[in-house]
Design a protein around this ligand. Sequence first.
Ligand code: HEM
Length: 512
Amino acid sequence: MKINLLTDFTGHNDVLRGEFIAPAYQGKWMSLLVAGSSAAYLCSHWLQNKQNIPGPLRLPIVGSLPFIMGDLREVMTEMNKKYGDIFIIYVGSESIVVLNGLDTIKEALIQNEKLFDGRSQKQFQELTFNLGVASSQGDLWQEQRRFVLQTLRNFGFGRRGMEDYISEEAIFLKKAVSSIDSNSPCDLYSILIKCTCNVICAVVKGQRFDYNDPQYTEYMNLSKEFLSLIGINNPVFVFQLLKYIPGDLFGYKKAISISKDLRKLYKQWIDEHRNRLDNGEEPIDLIGVYLREMKKCKEENQYFFDDQLVQVIMDLFLAGTDTTANTLTFAIMYLIIHPDIQNKIQDEIDHVIGSHRKPTLKDRFNMPYTQAVINEVQRITDIAPLAIPHATTEDVLFRGYTISKGTTVIINLHSVLWDEHQFPEPSNFKPERFLDEKGNFSPCEAAIPFSLGKRACLAESMAKAELFLLFVHLLQNFHFKLPPNHPELDFKGIIGLTVQPKPFTVFVESRQ
Ligand code: HEM
């Protein structure tokens, strides 16, 4: 997942050239120049934002940056209250329109989907080359998204095939968790992330890794470091000029270097697959199917090429690994502090599945309470609170405002998932929100953690299958408790590309 509340800071040329002014007058001139340039900026702000979209003040150079410091979920909530469901912020020189609330978001992403389904082509250019699925747009994006979706469907994607992949990995997860000493607190997250990454490995390269394989650990560490460097918490993504400062204070160069290493590794995987196909093997994974497609339409299809495949692989790993692992980790955290809810799920599992049969996706229909808990976890943890920024594909007249072509548009999913009219007392964990009076699972229109419309998460069905199967496997076999004297759990997490749980440890007891 990428949250790029970023800008390519172009830097305006109103540098104050104090050295050309006699020292005696310097202070006065400086003040005049500062005041003048500020006024010019405010004027230009007014002129540029002639559609009068409300929003915080735009200051010289930094735009609205001083007003959007801190936890973006809280900042956006305050601005939503103050300015309404559409507001505009400036990050450096770039204008960003923020859409809030279910009705506004539906109107943009469903009623006007073609106008809002672009992606900004500036901020991550150096990392993604605007290729792949998540960062591309137009025909290239449509073609790749269609192909990847189709391929995932052919592997199962909610049907038997994908279910088998996930269930197989769940057995390895169970083994890894079983090997933990019940008297030692364990870092469950580090196991879950290897598990969810293996599901993507199976789909992409038809192979899983042993959790103790040092190469796999090295790969996980590399991706983890990469994710930590490319979040909005890295100022270089806000002020791109900072990347020209000698040294690597903010880790930007490191991020580029890791992305090169990852690309090299993916290229190696592609070459291995190409050799196998050349030796007459049938494709069994996404890379194989993609290479076959490339061969099939070598001449006439401009959208299938090696670099594009490399970026598709990177997108699937980046978007598909920590989203699910983070959600599962938060789920366990909520169950630790709500032992009654943990017991209720385990009663449902014991009743519907028993202690020995493998959980299947069909069980979902008989497990309303577990379904309600998973939906509530996804709502409250709000793993991708600002989705991936969209961009307008044309000049758009939207709710009386003109938004020009190419403007970055943030879809504030947090404003929906934590809307107190939709979900009273949104900060309270209440699975009952998703149950009717008879105890049946009752989905809610405003529960949109995967976003809406044509850009919505490409792997929603797969992610839901993973969450259900892995969660149920865990709770069928284990009971989770907070170790004595453990500091209070932090449910806000760390907001970067996604919301990450802060490190914590847990006691795991076997239920078998
Ligand atoms: C709990 C799990 C997940 C959640 C909550 C989630 C949520 C999201 C959200 C909010 C977006 C942005 C939608 C937008 O821009 O409006 C997205 C995009 C995307 N997700 Fe997921 N996701 C999850 C798991 C996955 C998995 C497992 C995969 C891959 C196998 C995946 C692949 C993608 C891709 C490729 C995109 C970009 C789609 C595009 O730009 O067309 N996601 N996801």
